[in-house]
Design a protein around this ligand. Sequence first.
Ligand SMILES: [Zn+2]
Ligand SMILES: [Zn+2]
Length: 308
Amino acid sequence: MTQQLILNQTIADGLDVIGDRWTLLILRSAFYGINRFDAFQAATGASRSTLTRRLNALIEHEIFYKHPYSSAANRFEYKFTEKGLGLLGPSLLAAKWESDWQTEDYIDIKGRLFHEHCGSYMTPKVICRACKGELSFDKVEWPNMAKQLDSQLEEIRTYNTQHRKRVNKQRNGHVGNSNLASLIGDRWTLLVLIASFLGVQRYDAFLNSLSTPPSVLSERLKQLVANNIFSKVEYQKNPPRHNYVLTEKGKSLFPFVMTLRQWVASESADCATPLKHSCCGKPLKIDVVCDQCDQRPWPSDMQYHHQK
Ligand SMILES: [Zn+2]
Ligand SMILES: [Zn+2]
């Protein structure tokens, strides 16, 4: 049944750390073919007001557009724009991540993706477009870490200004400008994650490199530890000092974060310094492909088969 798309609370808590679970759920449902309000509601379990807000935000961000399906009543379907279709990869990876890290009491998402193109059940695989090699955490070169963080920070400053303005207008303002964290999640958390992908481990280093307000940073680090994204490793006894080290669960967020970043970069003119794939030395362009046939799936040739 449609209720199967509802996330288990534990996973949802994890997702709250990296993103807005409603938005991710709505996107996923839409990629599985859902496109009407009532069906979204049944699939996601969101309240009418929550769903209305998220759908409006997705339209505002030009992820969806409204398409009337009945002229008699004022009825619409929500369809992906070109830009919205670009979120297929991140959406598949978010689903994979949840499924990979499900806890024992995780029972809700039971189903498999069927790729009609090759006639197989598929798992998304992340590859380098140039050499087709699978992307891994340690095979990406960041040309200039300081510059990376700078450009990320600039985004944050822009976001914070716009966000504040908008919150004044809109009480539950979950929208900012049109990049990823304003849409999917908490910007500071993503930034902390990205810094840690770049090798930052210590509280002071996060503080210095990100210019995060200390209280915000402490809070986010605490959440990330609680969700087993970081583990705290003591490097000094007196006074006690810790490194925040990515766990396997944390490292496995890498492809998701990278594809999201790529999507953001493709939608904004000057975001993000190009990264390099150290296996082939080419600028890194990521493709999310079917692990069975190595082709990029398309919403129209994927089916979601529920399992009982
Ligand atoms: Zn490559
Ligand atoms: Zn396939």
